[in-house]
Write a protein that binds this ligand. Structure first.
Ligand SMILES: Cc1cc2nc3c(=O)[nH]c(=O)nc-3n(C[C@H](O)[C@H](O)[C@H](O)COP(=O)(O)OP(=O)(O)OC[C@H]3O[C@@H](n4cnc5c(N)ncnc54)[C@H](O)[C@@H]3O)c2cc1C
Length: 434
């Protein structure tokens, strides 16, 4: 009997799960249900536009999507067009691969002021995500603070100081290129609560900060740790390498027109200003037992833009028990409940690299295969298509995505890989044309 599996989402975790199910050899019809007309999740809307080579992983997802047993239902949002309970009635197995698209709030006084953004929103804006294309951040400010010292923080800082030529070679939408190029930002401050030994940068991303055309990294060598005792033993070597690289930055000439300042042991305590952000009050910290502890010494950091890159949460979906504290679905190794699973960021929170999701997909596919051996045989795809039709929804197929993809490539500015459509209406309008 053919088993029907619904995977909610179409980011890496969804595709790796689908691929593992196909490779398991079970007779299954697998449907990817995605709220946007375009697939690939954060590969398209998160990964930095100047890291085009990272996005090439979508080629292998494309191959999976074209497989005989797969179908794509784009422009279908679970919770709006169909509920989780309905999907569970229609499918033998349902997998939550919805990622963690919500910003963890900064949670300090003043963080509701204009000019303070979470990185999901800010990154979504410069990547042309339909939810955020109208964010319209005011970049006519001299300085920006990016809170959080992981790769997302580095992405945001780097893109804010990129030159026109560098940005125009990417698929960053025109509105974002113009806003960044015409911005008055000369200084970006990257703030980490703990010491540099606790920063979550990867070496490759950090190295790029020393190779920017128009900006110099600024590091106070005296602020860097010489001991790594409070870092887990298995991480010490890589953290020491990272701190060495930062030390190398400290001795570089600051000869470029813009600067990215690395500030460690710096915890933002308050967003200053009136209606709009005018600065941050920052407290110096020391690390005790791996945690940042305030010293009571504070200083003001003038800035007109704050981007908090401090983590993400999954959305609450009715029918799936939610772990409020960690912002993800309650699960054991990907199993939420009989026939209900979670993978990727929805399963383990926002950490790791794209490839980490492959292991999740394989694990959950194994659970599905084991649990479904008994056989079920729910209506699956046909039932969903029928329900969506009744509701007047407009699902988009993978062939539709092929048309959007081709049109985006055709309208790219010179030297850029594509010119993204940044509204759902534009994508649907394209599909209406003959
Ligand atoms: C800014 C940023 C940059 C990154 N850069 C890199 C990098 O350079 N290299 C790297 O290795 N990793 C990078 N990552 C990490 C990588 O993107 C993640 O590991 C990966 O995308 C997680 O996959 P996922 O499938 O769990 O979630 P996502 O990729 O977020 O996919 C979730 C999908 O579910 C859809 N969805 C959500 N809710 C619903 C709903 N209710 N109904 C239907 N569909 C829904 C979303 O639209 C989305 O398409 C980056 C992450 C971020 C945030």
């Amino acid at each position: 009997m053919t088993l029907s599996v619904a995977i909610i989402g179409s980011g890496p975790s969804a595709f790796y799960t689908a691929d593992a199910l196909v490779k398991s050899g079970i007779d299954a019809r697998i449907d990817l249900i995605e709220r946007l007309p375009a697939p690939f999740g954060l590969i398209r809307y998160g990964v930095a536009p100047d890291h085009e080579s990272t996005r090439k992983v979508s080629r292998s997802f494309d191959k999976t999507a074209r497989g005989a047993s797969l179908s794509f239902f784009g422009n279908v949002e679970v919770g709006r067009d169909v509920s989780l309970d309905e999907l569970r009635q229609l499918y033998d197995a349902v997998v939550l691969a919805v990622g963690a698209p919500l910003d963890r709030p900064l949670g300090i006084p003043g963080s509701d002021k204009k000019g303070v953004f979470g990185s999901a929103a800010f990154v979504g804006w410069y990547n042309g995500h339909p939810d955020f294309r109208d964010l319209d951040p005011d970049l006519k400010v001299k300085a920006a603070a990016v809170v959080g010292v992981g790769n997302v923080g580095l992405d945001v800082a780097r893109l804010l100081v990129r030159s026109r030529a560098e940005l125009e070679a990417t698929d960053m939408p025109e509105y974002a290129v113009e806003a960044i190029v015409n911005s008055e930002i000369t200084d970006v401050y990257l703030l980490g609560r703990r010491s540099a030994a606790h920063a979550a940068f990867t070496i490759g991303e950090l190295r790029e900060m020393g190779e920017l055309e128009g900006a110099s990294p600024v590091v106070d060598a005296a602020s860097l740790p010489t001991s790594f005792d409070d870092v887990p033993e298995e991480d010490r070597r890589i953290k020491a390498k990272m701190v060495d690289m930062l030390r190398g930055f400290a001795s570089l000439p600051q000869d470029r027109p813009k600067r990215v300042h690395f500030r460690f042991n710096a915890a933002p305590r308050e967003v200053l200003g009136g209606d709009r952000v005018e600065g941050l009050r920052v407290e110096r910290t020391r690390v005790e037992g791996g945690r940042a502890v305030g010293t009571g010494e504070t200083y003001g950091l003038p800035c007109g833009l704050v981007v908090a890159a401090i983590g993400y949460r999954s959305p609450v979906i009715q029918g799936a028990s939610f772990d409020e504290r960690n912002g993800l679905y309650v699960n054991r190794g990907g199993v939420i409940d009989a026939g209900l699973y979670a993978v990727g960021w929805a399963m383990r929170g926002p950490s790791g690299v794209i490839g980490t999701n492959k292991i999740d997909g394989q694990t959950v596919a194994k659970h599905i295969v084991e649990n479904l051996r008994a056989g079920a045989g729910k209506p699956g795809r046909d039932g969903l298509a029928e329900l969506l039709k009744r509701r007047g929804a407009r699902p988009t197929s993978y062939a539709d995505w092929g048309r959007i993809d081709a049109a985006e490539i055709a309208r790219a500015r010179q030297g850029a890989p594509r010119g993204k459509f940044t509204t759902i209406a534009e994508m649907l309008a394209l599909l209406e044309t003959g």
